[in-house]
Design a binder for this molecule. Sequence first.
Ligand SMILES: Nc1ncnc2c1ncn2[C@@H]1O[C@H](COP(=O)(O)OP(=O)(O)OP(=O)(O)O)[C@@H](O)[C@H]1O
Length: 337
Amino acid sequence: MLSLDGLVVRYGDTVAVRGIDLTLTDNEIVTLVGPTGCGKTTVLRAVAGLESPGEGRIRIGGLTIDAHHPVPPEKRRTGLVFQDFALFPHLDVYRNVTFRLRDTAPAEHWLTVLGLDAVRHAMPDTLSGGQKQRVALARSLAHAPALMLLDEPLSNLDAALKTSLRWEIRDALKAAGVPALWVTHDQDEALSVGDRVGIMRDGRLEQVGPPETCFRDPASRFVAEFLGEAAFLPGRHAAGRLDTPLGRASATDGPSLPDDVDVLLRPDDLTLSTQGDHNAEVLNGRYEGETRLYQLRLNSGTVLKARVNHEVVLAPGTAVHTSIAAGHPLTAFPRQT
Ligand SMILES: Nc1ncnc2c1ncn2[C@@H]1O[C@H](COP(=O)(O)OP(=O)(O)OP(=O)(O)O)[C@@H](O)[C@H]1O
């Protein structure tokens, strides 16, 4: 279990972390995401014991750490996985994973689970990036950590490997049953590997919740825009219903909304057709493989994006009909003038 209670971390006069409250349950994976410099790595470093908390408390298992009660990194039972793998270059895979281990059985287990049996006698510089990261993970897990800390574990790998390895790491963490704090700058990674996602901004957590909630019902425009393509369509709110020029929807948080709102529309919330009343014009399109993303200008002037099947090919300037297709409630914010 990990619990942060009002965590503040300073570097001299710079306040990098400005009061974070966060509790991870037994085998929960929480991803931390946010713009560069928002304090993600500093949170991880403070938990690992590489920075001291200026204020607040860190609890790891039975340990309580604060400014007056420091605990050295090696006593915290945290497993660290960094983007640069940090393997011992002069030791082979097996000796890297068993380093300082009295009982080598857990090392054998993780070498097998992570598909490293065939390279157990290879030296690190002969391994691929994905293999190096598996070795780093096996080494950490073999020490039976109380908590895993991962700092951009996939950022040095190519795109295809990133996607497959993210599932492998998630599966291994779940199999080990340890809680994990996973820092990434990649929104897709944060949404797909985290049981919960924490979105940081300027040293604070702006929202923490299940990925679907943060994506579909963001707490702020900042979170909405940070997690994916977002457009805001002026509309009216009444009794939990949202009325817009592109159709109606129910509101995620109706009672607290004013009458004049901006409705958050993700590209997959819209349909697009050349049939029907034309209410928009295609500005440009982007091929994405399975899908295409079109930027549209409504007759009212609002610019939106719609994501459709790749077979729908529309030239810039094409007149189209677009409407709200989302079956789920939509999030709206007080109208910004
Ligand atoms: N050793 C340091 N000394 C002084 N300031 C630092 C130090 N490390 C980080 N900072 C500052 O603390 C703030 C948070 O940095 P941090 O590295 O935690 O952010 P981050 O969200 O992990 O960024 P990135 O995504 O770029 O890695 C930034 O303003 C950064 O400049």
